[in-house]
Design a protein around this ligand. Structure first.
Ligand code: SF4
Length: 347
């Protein structure tokens, strides 16, 4: 395996946070006018995350539902601007993406056309992420034509080439998305992303909605595309088995923060954060098929009011008084291995 932490950075998130404010509804506004203490609520989706992804690397991002991994992926893709912190990409003409409350998200998107092409997202549900009124030839061919990647007279051959690359029969290019199976639709989504010649693919639970046998085919397709085109991936998933199979490094996220990040082999052999240890204990293995599985105690707290100090302390069996008040920072504990826990020894 490569030593990805020694490679060239492709994108760097520096202390990136994203908060969403839930506006008051009509009844709440009326109650406030009448004197009730009703405040707008803020969801702390991502909280001061540092993450560097290197060119050609596959980084797995793992965590429970609602931990902020999709929001982080959308910020890296330029779909959602950060509330604070900055994201810097080495793509030409991209420039840094910093919070800018005076500009709209649409304006921010228009500022970074090259980056938005170089980074593409592949979503969980291919049916809802594809336009049902468009034929596959238009779904795949529209963006490269609009951005001048291909001329109109070469478009048909270009679409055929993209479809063959993602394992689709080009004879089906006049079909609509609903005329394909789930796995084929995901291949259309991957083809649409590849058609603009990206460097960086963000796969947000891209295989979660597929049958297990189809999942294996799509994972193999991702691996082949990486080998052929030198693509970089952020692979967002709650499935540790899949992430272990495909990733060079794995980042574990809990309630908006990355709590541990390490090369894949190291993380699975030597997990150090109590949350990572608890997650890995849930992964079924042939070697421990007779053991009783125990879920992590308690529920993930609401991102509307995350706990003080270490976000994991209400569920952590090793929590101390310090954990309740002081936020643990990510610290290096080995080559490429970082952990955010007060109890982990720092090298
Ligand atoms: Fe548990 Fe404390 Fe470490 Fe958080 S900082 S994971 S509460 S021991």
């Amino acid at each position: 395996m490569n030593a990805p932490y020694l490679m060239t950075p492709l994108i760097e998130a520096d202390q990136v946070s994203r908060r969403f404010v839930r506006r008051l509804n009509y009844a709440e506004r009326l109650a406030r006018v009448l004197g009730a203490r009703v405040e707008a609520q803020t969801v702390h989706a991502v909280d001061c995350v540092d993450l560097t992804i290197h060119r050609g690397e596959v980084v797995g991002l793992v965590g429970e539902s609602g931990c902020g991994k999709s929001t982080l992926g959308r910020m890296l893709a330029g779909i959602v601007p950060p509330s604070s912190g900055s994201i810097v990409t080495t793509e030409k003409n991209a420039g840094p993406r910093s919070p800018d409350s005076t500009r709209s998200e649409a304006h921010a998107a228009r500022r970074l056309p090259r980056h938005r092409l170089a980074t593409q997202m592949i979503f969980q549900d291919p049916l809802s992420s594809l336009n049902p009124r468009k034929r596959v030839r238009d779904i795949i061919g529209e963006a490269p034509l609009a951005h001048g990647i291909v001329e109109r007279k070469q478009l048909d051959a270009y679409v055929v080439d993209v479809m063959e690359r993602v394992g689709l029969n080009p004879d089906f290019r006049d079909r609509f998305p609903h005329q394909f199976s789930g796995g084929q639709r995901q291949r259309v989504g991957i083809g649409r992303a590849l058609a603009v010649k990206p460097d960086f693919l963000i796969c947000d639970e891209s295989i979660a909605a597929l049958d297990v046998s189809i999942q294996a085919q799509i994972i193999n397709l991702f691996i082949d595309l990486r080998n052929d085109l030198g693509l970089t991936y952020l692979f967002i998933s709650h499935d540790l088995g899949v992430v272990e199979h495909i990733s060079d490094r794995v980042a574990i996220m809990y309630l908006g923060r990355i709590v541990e990040i390490a090369p894949t082999v190291e993380l699975f052999a030597n997990p150090q954060h109590p949350y990572t240890i608890a997650l890995l204990a849930q992964v079924p293995r042939l070697s421990n098929r007779k053991r009783q599985f125990e879920s992590i105690r308690g529920e993930i707290p609401s991102p509307l009011s995350p706990p003080e100090g270490c976000h994991f302390h209400p569920r952590c069996p090793s929590a101390t008084q310090r954990c309740r008040t002081e936020k643990p920072l990510l610290r290096a504990t080995g080559a490429g291995h970082q952990v955010a826990c007060h109890l982990v020894e720092v090298r």
